[in-house]
Design a protein around this ligand. Structure first.
Ligand SMILES: [Cu+2]
Length: 638
Protein backbone atom coordinates (compact mmCIF):
# COMPACT_ATOMS: atom_id res chain seq x y z
CA UNK A 1 0.00 0.00 0.00
CA UNK A 2 1.29 3.48 -0.89
CA UNK A 3 0.33 6.81 0.63
CA UNK A 4 1.03 10.41 -0.14
CA UNK A 5 2.09 12.94 2.44
CA UNK A 6 -1.49 13.49 3.55
CA UNK A 7 -2.11 9.81 4.14
CA UNK A 8 -4.20 9.35 0.99
CA UNK A 9 -3.89 6.05 -0.81
CA UNK A 10 -2.14 6.33 -4.14
CA UNK A 11 -1.11 3.91 -6.86
CA UNK A 12 2.31 2.34 -7.01
CA UNK A 13 3.09 4.21 -10.24
CA UNK A 14 2.16 7.53 -8.67
CA UNK A 15 4.33 6.73 -5.66
CA UNK A 16 7.24 5.87 -7.95
CA UNK A 17 6.81 9.18 -9.72
CA UNK A 18 6.77 11.01 -6.40
CA UNK A 19 9.85 9.21 -5.20
CA UNK A 20 11.73 9.87 -8.45
CA UNK A 21 11.00 13.57 -8.06
CA UNK A 22 12.18 13.43 -4.47
CA UNK A 23 15.46 11.78 -5.50
CA UNK A 24 16.04 14.25 -8.31
CA UNK A 25 15.48 17.14 -5.94
CA UNK A 26 17.94 15.58 -3.53
CA UNK A 27 20.54 15.48 -6.31
CA UNK A 28 20.17 19.21 -6.88
CA UNK A 29 20.52 19.94 -3.18
CA UNK A 30 23.57 17.67 -3.05
CA UNK A 31 25.18 19.87 -5.70
CA UNK A 32 25.22 22.68 -3.15
CA UNK A 33 23.10 25.14 -5.12
CA UNK A 34 21.25 27.74 -3.17
CA UNK A 35 17.73 28.68 -3.98
CA UNK A 36 19.07 31.91 -5.42
CA UNK A 37 21.21 29.86 -7.83
CA UNK A 38 18.13 27.94 -8.94
CA UNK A 39 16.34 31.15 -9.82
CA UNK A 40 19.23 32.16 -12.02
CA UNK A 41 19.21 28.74 -13.68
CA UNK A 42 15.50 28.90 -14.42
CA UNK A 43 14.71 25.90 -12.25
CA UNK A 44 12.23 27.87 -10.19
CA UNK A 45 9.12 29.42 -11.65
CA UNK A 46 7.98 32.99 -11.28
CA UNK A 47 5.67 31.81 -8.54
CA UNK A 48 8.60 30.45 -6.63
CA UNK A 49 7.84 26.79 -7.17
CA UNK A 50 10.14 24.28 -8.70
CA UNK A 51 9.75 24.33 -12.47
CA UNK A 52 7.37 21.62 -13.65
CA UNK A 53 10.10 19.67 -15.34
CA UNK A 54 9.45 15.97 -15.63
CA UNK A 55 10.39 14.18 -12.46
CA UNK A 56 11.25 17.30 -10.54
CA UNK A 57 8.16 19.19 -9.56
CA UNK A 58 7.01 19.80 -6.05
CA UNK A 59 3.56 18.74 -7.15
CA UNK A 60 4.75 15.29 -8.06
CA UNK A 61 5.96 14.54 -4.59
CA UNK A 62 3.58 16.58 -2.55
CA UNK A 63 0.57 18.67 -3.33
CA UNK A 64 -0.20 21.63 -5.52
CA UNK A 65 0.44 24.11 -2.74
CA UNK A 66 4.11 23.27 -2.58
CA UNK A 67 3.73 21.78 0.86
CA UNK A 68 4.75 18.34 -0.32
CA UNK A 69 7.03 17.36 2.46
CA UNK A 70 7.98 13.82 3.17
CA UNK A 71 6.71 10.34 3.83
CA UNK A 72 9.21 8.95 6.28
CA UNK A 73 9.37 5.24 7.12
CA UNK A 74 7.26 4.02 10.02
CA UNK A 75 8.94 4.07 13.43
CA UNK A 76 7.70 2.74 16.76
CA UNK A 77 7.53 5.58 19.29
CA UNK A 78 8.78 5.60 22.88
CA UNK A 79 11.49 2.97 22.57
CA UNK A 80 14.53 5.20 23.20
CA UNK A 81 15.36 7.26 26.27
CA UNK A 82 15.48 11.05 26.09
CA UNK A 83 19.16 11.94 25.61
CA UNK A 84 20.57 14.66 27.84
CA UNK A 85 23.37 16.61 26.25
CA UNK A 86 26.73 16.58 28.06
CA UNK A 87 27.83 19.78 29.75
CA UNK A 88 30.65 21.47 27.86
CA UNK A 89 33.88 21.42 29.84
CA UNK A 90 36.44 24.24 29.79
CA UNK A 91 40.10 23.75 28.96
CA UNK A 92 43.17 25.77 29.81
CA UNK A 93 44.00 28.50 27.34
CA UNK A 94 47.34 26.80 26.67
CA UNK A 95 45.57 23.71 25.42
CA UNK A 96 43.72 25.43 22.58
CA UNK A 97 44.45 23.99 19.16
CA UNK A 98 46.37 26.50 17.07
CA UNK A 99 47.82 29.88 18.00
CA UNK A 100 47.04 31.60 21.30
CA UNK A 101 43.90 33.76 21.25
CA UNK A 102 44.44 37.42 20.53
CA UNK A 103 42.38 40.60 20.53
CA UNK A 104 42.88 41.33 16.84
CA UNK A 105 41.90 38.61 14.36
CA UNK A 106 44.74 36.24 13.62
CA UNK A 107 45.03 36.76 9.88
CA UNK A 108 48.43 35.10 9.55
CA UNK A 109 48.43 32.41 6.87
CA UNK A 110 48.25 28.90 8.21
CA UNK A 111 50.86 26.99 6.15
CA UNK A 112 48.79 23.82 6.47
CA UNK A 113 45.75 25.34 4.76
CA UNK A 114 47.06 28.31 2.81
CA UNK A 115 44.42 30.57 4.35
CA UNK A 116 44.25 32.69 7.50
CA UNK A 117 44.25 30.86 10.81
CA UNK A 118 41.17 32.74 12.00
CA UNK A 119 37.97 33.69 10.19
CA UNK A 120 37.24 36.72 12.38
CA UNK A 121 37.55 40.12 10.73
CA UNK A 122 37.15 42.57 13.63
CA UNK A 123 38.91 42.95 16.99
CA UNK A 124 37.24 41.92 20.22
CA UNK A 125 35.50 44.96 21.72
CA UNK A 126 35.35 43.72 25.29
CA UNK A 127 39.01 44.12 26.38
CA UNK A 128 39.00 47.81 25.45
CA UNK A 129 36.08 48.31 27.87
CA UNK A 130 37.95 46.65 30.73
CA UNK A 131 36.98 43.00 30.32
CA UNK A 132 39.83 40.54 30.89
CA UNK A 133 41.76 39.02 28.00
CA UNK A 134 42.04 36.17 27.68
CA UNK A 135 38.87 35.64 29.71
CA UNK A 136 39.07 33.38 32.77
CA UNK A 137 37.18 30.48 31.21
CA UNK A 138 38.03 29.03 27.79
CA UNK A 139 36.33 26.39 25.68
CA UNK A 140 37.12 24.76 22.36
CA UNK A 141 34.44 23.24 20.18
CA UNK A 142 34.72 21.51 16.83
CA UNK A 143 32.14 21.56 14.07
CA UNK A 144 32.45 18.08 12.64
CA UNK A 145 30.56 15.14 11.20
CA UNK A 146 29.25 12.49 13.57
CA UNK A 147 27.07 9.41 13.44
CA UNK A 148 23.93 8.97 15.51
CA UNK A 149 20.78 6.89 15.77
CA UNK A 150 17.59 8.96 15.75
CA UNK A 151 15.47 5.82 15.98
CA UNK A 152 16.33 2.19 16.60
CA UNK A 153 14.40 1.42 13.40
CA UNK A 154 16.27 3.81 11.14
CA UNK A 155 19.83 3.37 9.94
CA UNK A 156 22.73 5.24 11.47
CA UNK A 157 22.63 8.88 10.38
CA UNK A 158 25.56 11.13 9.56
CA UNK A 159 25.00 14.55 11.08
CA UNK A 160 27.07 17.69 11.52
CA UNK A 161 27.32 18.71 15.11
CA UNK A 162 29.32 20.70 17.62
CA UNK A 163 31.83 18.11 18.84
CA UNK A 164 30.08 15.76 16.41
CA UNK A 165 26.84 15.46 18.40
CA UNK A 166 23.40 16.99 17.93
CA UNK A 167 22.18 18.78 19.92
CA UNK A 168 25.68 19.90 20.81
CA UNK A 169 27.03 20.07 24.35
CA UNK A 170 25.29 22.45 26.78
CA UNK A 171 27.29 25.48 27.87
CA UNK A 172 26.71 26.45 31.50
CA UNK A 173 27.88 30.03 31.94
CA UNK A 174 27.63 32.51 34.78
CA UNK A 175 26.95 36.23 34.77
CA UNK A 176 30.10 38.10 35.64
CA UNK A 177 32.39 35.43 34.18
CA UNK A 178 33.36 36.11 30.56
CA UNK A 179 34.30 33.15 28.42
CA UNK A 180 36.06 32.51 25.14
CA UNK A 181 34.85 29.78 22.80
CA UNK A 182 37.14 28.73 19.99
CA UNK A 183 35.07 27.26 17.15
CA UNK A 184 37.07 25.08 14.79
CA UNK A 185 35.59 24.20 11.41
CA UNK A 186 36.46 20.52 10.96
CA UNK A 187 33.57 19.77 8.61
CA UNK A 188 34.16 17.45 5.66
CA UNK A 189 34.08 18.65 2.06
CA UNK A 190 31.48 16.09 1.12
CA UNK A 191 28.14 17.13 2.52
CA UNK A 192 26.49 13.73 2.09
CA UNK A 193 23.47 15.31 0.42
CA UNK A 194 23.02 18.76 1.96
CA UNK A 195 24.80 21.32 4.11
CA UNK A 196 27.53 23.88 3.46
CA UNK A 197 30.85 23.34 5.26
CA UNK A 198 31.19 27.09 5.77
CA UNK A 199 29.84 28.20 9.12
CA UNK A 200 29.19 30.98 11.62
CA UNK A 201 27.93 30.27 15.13
CA UNK A 202 25.25 32.57 16.52
CA UNK A 203 24.59 32.70 20.26
CA UNK A 204 20.85 33.24 20.08
CA UNK A 205 19.65 35.89 22.58
CA UNK A 206 23.19 36.72 23.65
CA UNK A 207 24.09 40.30 24.58
CA UNK A 208 27.15 39.74 22.48
CA UNK A 209 29.60 42.09 20.74
CA UNK A 210 29.03 42.05 16.98
CA UNK A 211 32.28 40.31 16.12
CA UNK A 212 31.34 37.38 18.38
CA UNK A 213 27.61 37.34 17.60
CA UNK A 214 27.78 34.87 14.72
CA UNK A 215 26.57 37.47 12.22
CA UNK A 216 25.41 35.51 9.13
CA UNK A 217 28.10 36.98 6.88
CA UNK A 218 30.93 36.32 9.36
CA UNK A 219 31.27 32.76 8.09
CA UNK A 220 34.58 30.93 8.10
CA UNK A 221 36.03 28.07 6.10
CA UNK A 222 37.13 24.51 6.72
CA UNK A 223 40.44 24.48 8.56
CA UNK A 224 39.87 27.89 10.13
CA UNK A 225 38.92 28.77 13.67
CA UNK A 226 36.90 31.67 15.05
CA UNK A 227 37.28 32.92 18.63
CA UNK A 228 34.02 34.11 20.18
CA UNK A 229 34.21 36.31 23.26
CA UNK A 230 31.04 36.01 25.35
CA UNK A 231 31.15 38.64 28.13
CA UNK A 232 28.09 37.15 29.95
CA UNK A 233 27.32 40.67 31.05
CA UNK A 234 23.96 42.25 31.89
CA UNK A 235 22.61 44.66 29.31
CA UNK A 236 23.15 48.29 30.16
CA UNK A 237 26.64 47.87 31.62
CA UNK A 238 28.07 50.42 29.18
CA UNK A 239 25.06 52.67 28.75
CA UNK A 240 24.61 56.32 29.65
CA UNK A 241 22.13 55.31 32.37
CA UNK A 242 24.18 52.53 33.89
CA UNK A 243 21.97 50.75 36.46
CA UNK A 244 24.78 49.94 38.85
CA UNK A 245 27.39 52.72 38.68
CA UNK A 246 30.59 52.10 40.54
CA UNK A 247 30.45 48.33 40.09
CA UNK A 248 33.04 46.50 38.03
CA UNK A 249 32.13 46.55 34.36
CA UNK A 250 31.47 42.81 34.34
CA UNK A 251 28.56 43.25 36.79
CA UNK A 252 27.36 46.80 36.17
CA UNK A 253 24.29 46.07 34.00
CA UNK A 254 20.57 45.81 34.72
CA UNK A 255 19.64 42.76 36.78
CA UNK A 256 16.14 43.00 35.32
CA UNK A 257 17.63 42.03 31.96
CA UNK A 258 19.22 38.84 33.25
CA UNK A 259 18.61 35.89 30.92
CA UNK A 260 18.58 32.18 31.51
CA UNK A 261 17.94 29.93 28.47
CA UNK A 262 19.89 30.71 25.32
CA UNK A 263 20.88 28.50 22.43
CA UNK A 264 23.52 28.48 19.74
CA UNK A 265 23.21 27.45 16.12
CA UNK A 266 24.79 27.85 12.73
CA UNK A 267 23.77 31.05 10.92
CA UNK A 268 25.59 30.83 7.55
CA UNK A 269 23.90 33.27 5.20
CA UNK A 270 21.78 31.44 2.57
CA UNK A 271 22.53 28.04 4.16
CA UNK A 272 21.27 28.29 7.75
CA UNK A 273 18.33 25.98 7.12
CA UNK A 274 20.53 23.18 5.77
CA UNK A 275 23.26 23.50 8.39
CA UNK A 276 20.89 23.64 11.36
CA UNK A 277 18.77 20.83 9.94
CA UNK A 278 21.97 18.82 9.73
CA UNK A 279 22.53 19.27 13.46
CA UNK A 280 24.55 22.42 14.22
CA UNK A 281 22.66 23.60 17.33
CA UNK A 282 22.82 23.38 21.13
CA UNK A 283 21.86 25.00 24.46
CA UNK A 284 23.62 27.74 26.45
CA UNK A 285 22.45 28.42 30.01
CA UNK A 286 23.22 31.50 32.07
CA UNK A 287 23.06 31.35 35.84
CA UNK A 288 23.48 34.11 38.44
CA UNK A 289 22.94 34.73 42.14
CA UNK A 290 19.15 34.36 41.71
CA UNK A 291 18.77 31.71 39.03
CA UNK A 292 21.48 29.59 40.57
CA UNK A 293 20.88 26.08 39.31
CA UNK A 294 20.40 25.02 42.94
CA UNK A 295 16.91 24.83 44.44
CA UNK A 296 18.30 25.56 47.89
CA UNK A 297 19.35 29.10 46.94
CA UNK A 298 18.22 32.22 45.04
CA UNK A 299 14.84 31.87 43.36
CA UNK A 300 14.75 28.19 44.41
CA UNK A 301 14.20 26.92 40.88
CA UNK A 302 14.65 23.14 40.42
CA UNK A 303 18.26 22.02 40.58
CA UNK A 304 20.29 21.62 37.40
CA UNK A 305 20.90 19.07 36.00
CA UNK A 306 18.89 16.60 38.10
CA UNK A 307 15.53 18.37 37.83
CA UNK A 308 16.25 20.99 35.16
CA UNK A 309 16.07 19.41 31.71
CA UNK A 310 16.63 21.05 28.31
CA UNK A 311 14.43 19.83 25.46
CA UNK A 312 15.13 20.78 21.88
CA UNK A 313 12.21 20.05 19.54
CA UNK A 314 12.77 19.51 15.85
CA UNK A 315 10.79 17.93 13.01
CA UNK A 316 12.55 16.05 10.28
CA UNK A 317 11.98 14.04 7.06
CA UNK A 318 13.58 10.73 6.18
CA UNK A 319 13.98 9.11 2.79
CA UNK A 320 11.12 6.59 2.49
CA UNK A 321 13.37 3.83 1.13
CA UNK A 322 16.80 4.42 2.65
CA UNK A 323 15.58 5.84 5.97
CA UNK A 324 18.26 8.53 5.82
CA UNK A 325 17.72 12.12 6.92
CA UNK A 326 16.46 14.14 3.94
CA UNK A 327 16.31 17.87 3.34
CA UNK A 328 14.10 19.53 0.75
CA UNK A 329 15.26 22.92 -0.48
CA UNK A 330 12.28 23.38 -2.72
CA UNK A 331 9.48 24.33 -0.43
CA UNK A 332 8.48 27.92 -0.86
CA UNK A 333 6.66 27.93 2.43
CA UNK A 334 9.01 26.10 4.74
CA UNK A 335 9.83 22.54 5.67
CA UNK A 336 7.53 20.38 7.78
CA UNK A 337 8.80 17.02 8.95
CA UNK A 338 6.63 14.06 9.83
CA UNK A 339 9.02 12.77 12.51
CA UNK A 340 9.37 14.63 15.81
CA UNK A 341 12.68 14.67 17.64
CA UNK A 342 13.42 15.71 21.20
CA UNK A 343 17.14 16.15 21.88
CA UNK A 344 17.94 14.35 18.63
CA UNK A 345 15.78 11.22 19.08
CA UNK A 346 12.37 10.48 17.56
CA UNK A 347 9.64 10.38 20.23
CA UNK A 348 11.76 9.41 23.27
CA UNK A 349 10.82 8.42 26.83
CA UNK A 350 11.65 10.25 30.06
CA UNK A 351 11.29 8.72 33.55
CA UNK A 352 10.75 11.23 36.34
CA UNK A 353 10.28 11.43 40.10
CA UNK A 354 6.91 12.61 41.45
CA UNK A 355 8.08 16.18 42.13
CA UNK A 356 8.57 19.54 40.39
CA UNK A 357 10.82 19.79 37.35
CA UNK A 358 12.00 22.70 35.27
CA UNK A 359 11.85 21.90 31.55
CA UNK A 360 13.48 24.25 29.07
CA UNK A 361 11.61 23.98 25.79
CA UNK A 362 13.09 25.21 22.53
CA UNK A 363 11.53 25.01 19.08
CA UNK A 364 14.58 24.66 16.86
CA UNK A 365 12.58 24.53 13.62
CA UNK A 366 13.03 24.53 10.75
CA UNK A 367 9.53 25.93 10.14
CA UNK A 368 6.88 24.45 12.41
CA UNK A 369 4.85 26.15 15.16
CA UNK A 370 3.99 24.12 18.27
CA UNK A 371 1.41 24.26 21.02
CA UNK A 372 2.45 21.94 23.83
CA UNK A 373 -0.01 20.24 26.16
CA UNK A 374 0.30 17.59 28.89
CA UNK A 375 -1.90 14.70 27.79
CA UNK A 376 -3.11 11.71 29.79
CA UNK A 377 -4.44 9.29 27.16
CA UNK A 378 -6.60 7.63 29.85
CA UNK A 379 -8.22 10.95 30.69
CA UNK A 380 -8.21 13.11 27.59
CA UNK A 381 -10.82 15.44 29.05
CA UNK A 382 -8.47 16.63 31.80
CA UNK A 383 -7.14 20.18 31.66
CA UNK A 384 -3.62 19.55 32.91
CA UNK A 385 -2.26 22.95 33.93
CA UNK A 386 1.35 23.78 34.54
CA UNK A 387 3.47 26.90 35.08
CA UNK A 388 5.31 28.92 32.49
CA UNK A 389 8.18 30.79 34.16
CA UNK A 390 10.01 32.28 31.18
CA UNK A 391 9.52 33.57 27.67
CA UNK A 392 12.48 33.22 25.33
CA UNK A 393 15.55 33.82 27.50
CA UNK A 394 13.78 35.81 30.22
CA UNK A 395 12.15 34.77 33.45
CA UNK A 396 8.65 36.23 33.65
CA UNK A 397 8.00 38.70 36.52
CA UNK A 398 6.07 35.86 38.18
CA UNK A 399 5.01 32.34 37.05
CA UNK A 400 1.85 32.12 34.93
CA UNK A 401 -0.38 29.07 35.11
CA UNK A 402 -1.18 27.80 31.61
CA UNK A 403 -2.91 24.86 29.92
CA UNK A 404 -0.41 24.98 27.05
CA UNK A 405 2.57 26.81 25.61
CA UNK A 406 2.96 28.05 22.05
CA UNK A 407 6.35 28.29 20.40
CA UNK A 408 7.32 29.60 16.98
CA UNK A 409 10.73 28.72 15.58
CA UNK A 410 13.56 29.78 17.94
CA UNK A 411 11.18 30.69 20.76
CA UNK A 412 11.81 29.19 24.17
CA UNK A 413 9.77 28.66 27.32
CA UNK A 414 10.88 27.35 30.69
CA UNK A 415 8.06 25.60 32.51
CA UNK A 416 7.56 24.04 35.93
CA UNK A 417 5.56 20.82 35.95
CA UNK A 418 4.67 19.14 39.24
CA UNK A 419 4.65 15.40 38.57
CA UNK A 420 3.43 14.51 42.05
CA UNK A 421 -0.08 14.88 40.62
CA UNK A 422 0.76 12.20 38.03
CA UNK A 423 2.54 9.73 40.33
CA UNK A 424 2.47 6.23 38.86
CA UNK A 425 1.07 7.42 35.53
CA UNK A 426 2.34 7.60 31.99
CA UNK A 427 1.61 10.93 30.33
CA UNK A 428 2.66 12.67 27.13
CA UNK A 429 3.90 15.97 25.95
CA UNK A 430 1.68 16.61 22.95
CA UNK A 431 1.72 19.20 20.16
CA UNK A 432 -1.92 19.88 19.36
CA UNK A 433 -1.47 22.78 16.97
CA UNK A 434 -2.62 21.89 13.48
CA UNK A 435 -0.26 22.84 10.70
CA UNK A 436 -0.46 21.51 7.15
CA UNK A 437 2.21 23.58 5.42
CA UNK A 438 5.17 25.79 6.21
CA UNK A 439 3.15 28.98 6.02
CA UNK A 440 1.97 28.78 9.60
CA UNK A 441 -0.54 27.03 11.82
CA UNK A 442 -4.15 26.83 10.75
CA UNK A 443 -5.17 28.03 14.20
CA UNK A 444 -7.09 24.84 14.92
CA UNK A 445 -6.20 23.11 18.14
CA UNK A 446 -6.67 19.35 17.86
CA UNK A 447 -8.33 17.28 20.55
CA UNK A 448 -6.17 15.69 23.22
CA UNK A 449 -4.59 12.55 21.80
CA UNK A 450 -5.14 13.67 18.19
CA UNK A 451 -1.96 15.71 17.87
CA UNK A 452 1.71 14.74 17.79
CA UNK A 453 2.86 12.82 20.87
CA UNK A 454 6.39 14.18 21.23
CA UNK A 455 7.63 12.74 24.50
CA UNK A 456 6.39 9.98 26.81
CA UNK A 457 6.82 10.84 30.49
CA UNK A 458 6.67 7.94 32.94
CA UNK A 459 6.28 9.04 36.56
CA UNK A 460 7.70 5.86 38.11
CA UNK A 461 10.85 6.94 39.93
CA UNK A 462 10.79 6.99 43.75
CA UNK A 463 9.62 9.90 45.87
CA UNK A 464 12.48 12.31 46.55
CA UNK A 465 12.86 15.64 48.35
CA UNK A 466 11.68 18.75 46.59
CA UNK A 467 13.09 22.02 47.92
CA UNK A 468 12.08 23.99 44.83
CA UNK A 469 9.67 26.89 45.02
CA UNK A 470 5.98 26.14 44.45
CA UNK A 471 4.95 28.48 41.60
CA UNK A 472 1.44 28.66 43.08
CA UNK A 473 2.85 30.72 45.98
CA UNK A 474 3.48 33.57 43.54
CA UNK A 475 7.23 34.05 43.72
CA UNK A 476 8.56 37.12 41.96
CA UNK A 477 11.57 37.11 39.69
CA UNK A 478 12.75 40.21 37.80
CA UNK A 479 10.83 43.42 37.10
CA UNK A 480 10.26 44.71 33.58
CA UNK A 481 12.21 47.79 32.52
CA UNK A 482 10.00 50.79 31.82
CA UNK A 483 8.82 51.33 28.25
CA UNK A 484 7.44 54.77 29.03
CA UNK A 485 10.13 56.49 26.99
CA UNK A 486 9.67 58.47 23.77
CA UNK A 487 11.50 56.80 20.88
CA UNK A 488 14.19 58.65 18.96
CA UNK A 489 12.73 57.12 15.81
CA UNK A 490 9.91 54.74 14.88
CA UNK A 491 10.85 52.43 12.05
CA UNK A 492 8.44 50.43 9.87
CA UNK A 493 9.13 47.04 8.35
CA UNK A 494 6.88 45.02 6.07
CA UNK A 495 7.52 41.31 5.71
CA UNK A 496 6.43 40.29 2.26
CA UNK A 497 7.00 38.04 -0.71
CA UNK A 498 7.96 39.20 -4.19
CA UNK A 499 6.02 38.25 -7.29
CA UNK A 500 8.85 35.90 -8.22
CA UNK A 501 8.48 34.10 -4.92
CA UNK A 502 11.31 35.29 -2.71
CA UNK A 503 10.97 36.85 0.72
CA UNK A 504 11.74 40.45 1.44
CA UNK A 505 11.68 43.08 4.17
CA UNK A 506 10.48 46.42 2.80
CA UNK A 507 10.81 44.93 -0.69
CA UNK A 508 14.54 44.25 -0.36
CA UNK A 509 16.61 41.07 -0.07
CA UNK A 510 19.36 40.42 2.43
CA UNK A 511 22.71 41.79 1.35
CA UNK A 512 25.75 41.40 3.59
CA UNK A 513 27.24 44.73 2.57
CA UNK A 514 24.12 46.88 2.65
CA UNK A 515 23.55 48.62 5.97
CA UNK A 516 19.83 49.26 5.89
CA UNK A 517 19.81 51.66 8.83
CA UNK A 518 22.01 52.93 11.65
CA UNK A 519 20.80 52.71 15.22
CA UNK A 520 22.23 55.27 17.61
CA UNK A 521 23.89 53.89 20.70
CA UNK A 522 22.07 54.82 23.93
CA UNK A 523 18.77 55.49 22.20
CA UNK A 524 15.24 54.13 22.33
CA UNK A 525 13.49 53.05 19.13
CA UNK A 526 10.09 51.61 18.31
CA UNK A 527 9.85 49.14 15.47
CA UNK A 528 6.57 48.34 13.75
CA UNK A 529 6.67 44.91 12.13
CA UNK A 530 3.92 44.39 9.57
CA UNK A 531 2.88 41.27 7.71
CA UNK A 532 1.00 42.55 4.69
CA UNK A 533 2.16 40.13 2.04
CA UNK A 534 0.06 40.69 -1.07
CA UNK A 535 0.71 37.34 -2.68
CA UNK A 536 0.48 34.91 0.20
CA UNK A 537 -0.94 36.83 3.13
CA UNK A 538 -1.54 33.70 5.16
CA UNK A 539 2.04 33.39 6.37
CA UNK A 540 3.08 33.76 9.97
CA UNK A 541 6.66 34.93 10.41
CA UNK A 542 8.62 34.38 13.65
CA UNK A 543 10.86 37.45 13.52
CA UNK A 544 14.13 37.49 15.46
CA UNK A 545 16.19 40.56 16.22
CA UNK A 546 19.75 40.04 17.41
CA UNK A 547 21.46 41.69 20.36
CA UNK A 548 18.82 43.77 22.16
CA UNK A 549 15.52 42.32 23.26
CA UNK A 550 12.15 43.98 22.93
CA UNK A 551 8.89 44.42 24.78
CA UNK A 552 5.64 44.34 22.84
CA UNK A 553 3.86 47.70 23.04
CA UNK A 554 0.85 46.76 20.96
CA UNK A 555 -0.52 44.21 18.54
CA UNK A 556 0.50 41.19 20.56
CA UNK A 557 0.13 38.09 18.45
CA UNK A 558 -2.33 35.32 19.10
CA UNK A 559 -2.88 32.29 16.95
CA UNK A 560 -3.38 32.42 13.22
CA UNK A 561 -6.92 31.49 12.32
CA UNK A 562 -8.42 32.66 15.58
CA UNK A 563 -7.27 29.92 17.92
CA UNK A 564 -7.43 30.16 21.65
CA UNK A 565 -5.57 33.33 22.56
CA UNK A 566 -6.54 33.56 26.18
CA UNK A 567 -3.51 32.07 27.84
CA UNK A 568 -0.74 32.87 25.49
CA UNK A 569 -0.68 36.50 24.61
CA UNK A 570 -3.17 38.06 26.94
CA UNK A 571 -5.97 38.38 24.39
CA UNK A 572 -6.32 40.57 21.34
CA UNK A 573 -6.16 43.94 22.96
CA UNK A 574 -3.82 43.60 25.90
CA UNK A 575 -0.27 42.74 25.02
CA UNK A 576 1.16 43.24 28.48
CA UNK A 577 -0.53 40.53 30.52
CA UNK A 578 0.16 36.89 31.17
CA UNK A 579 3.13 35.36 29.42
CA UNK A 580 3.22 38.33 27.06
CA UNK A 581 4.33 40.70 29.83
CA UNK A 582 7.94 39.97 29.18
CA UNK A 583 11.07 40.69 27.23
CA UNK A 584 11.56 38.67 24.05
CA UNK A 585 13.89 38.14 21.13
CA UNK A 586 11.43 36.48 18.73
CA UNK A 587 7.97 37.78 17.91
CA UNK A 588 5.39 36.02 15.77
CA UNK A 589 3.92 38.37 13.20
CA UNK A 590 0.56 36.98 12.16
CA UNK A 591 -1.10 37.31 8.77
CA UNK A 592 -2.29 40.86 8.05
CA UNK A 593 -1.25 42.03 11.52
CA UNK A 594 1.43 44.25 12.92
CA UNK A 595 3.23 44.51 16.22
CA UNK A 596 4.99 47.50 17.77
CA UNK A 597 8.17 46.77 19.69
CA UNK A 598 10.15 48.78 22.22
CA UNK A 599 13.96 48.64 22.09
CA UNK A 600 16.75 50.30 24.01
CA UNK A 601 20.12 49.99 22.23
CA UNK A 602 23.32 50.04 24.27
CA UNK A 603 26.75 48.75 25.04
CA UNK A 604 28.39 47.35 21.87
CA UNK A 605 28.85 48.68 18.34
CA UNK A 606 28.71 46.93 14.99
CA UNK A 607 26.54 44.90 12.64
CA UNK A 608 23.54 42.78 13.57
CA UNK A 609 20.65 41.26 11.61
CA UNK A 610 16.88 41.07 11.84
CA UNK A 611 15.33 38.10 10.09
CA UNK A 612 12.51 35.62 9.90
CA UNK A 613 13.39 32.48 11.87
CA UNK A 614 11.44 30.20 9.58
CA UNK A 615 14.89 29.34 8.32
CA UNK A 616 13.67 28.70 4.79
CA UNK A 617 12.37 32.27 4.62
CA UNK A 618 15.56 33.52 6.26
CA UNK A 619 17.79 31.92 3.65
CA UNK A 620 15.85 33.42 0.73
CA UNK A 621 16.21 36.22 1.87
CA UNK A 622 13.97 37.67 4.59
CA UNK A 623 16.76 39.31 6.54
CA UNK A 624 18.42 42.68 6.80
CA UNK A 625 21.59 44.10 8.30
CA UNK A 626 21.43 47.04 10.68
CA UNK A 627 24.38 48.60 12.44
CA UNK A 628 24.69 50.02 15.93
CA UNK A 629 26.80 53.19 15.83
CA UNK A 630 27.58 56.31 17.84
CA UNK A 631 25.53 58.34 15.36
CA UNK A 632 22.30 56.91 14.02
CA UNK A 633 19.92 57.79 11.22
CA UNK A 634 16.19 58.45 11.35
CA UNK A 635 15.12 56.40 8.35
CA UNK A 636 11.55 55.39 9.12
CA UNK A 637 11.19 52.92 6.22
CA UNK A 638 14.64 51.40 5.79
CU1 LIG B 1 8.93 33.97 7.58
Amino acid sequence: MYYDVHGNKISKSQWKKMYAAFKNRQEIIRAGLSRRDLFKMGLLTSAGYLAAKEGLSAWAYGDRGGSGQCASPTTTPFTMQLPIMPQKQPISVGNLTGPAPQINPNTAINPATGIAFEGRTRPHQAPALGFPFPPPVVYQVSQQAGTVFMSSQLPQQTIWGFDGISPGPTYVANYGTPILVRNINNLPSSNGGFGNPSVTTHLHNGHTPSESDGFPCDFFAQGQYYDHYYPNVLAGFNSDHKPAPGQPITTAGDINEAMSTLWYHDHRVDFTSQNVYKGLEGFYFLFNQFDTGNEGTGFHLPTYPDFDIPMMFADRCFDPTTGLLAFDLFNLDGILGDKFLVNGVIQPVLHVHPRRYRFRWLNSGPSRFYQFYITDLNNTGANNQFWQISNDGNLLPTPVQVPAVQLGVAERADVIIDFSQFAGKTIYLENRLEQTNGRGPTGNVLNAGQGNLLLQIVVDLPVVNDFSVNPATGPTFYALPSTNVAPRVTRNFNFNVTRDGQWVINDQFMDCNTVRFMVQQNSVENWVLQNNGFNFPQWTHPIHIHFEEHQILSGAPGLAGGGDRRYFYGGNSSPSTGVNATRKDVVRVLPRQSVTLFFRFRDWLGRYPMHCHNVVHEDHAMMLRWDLATTGDTNQNP
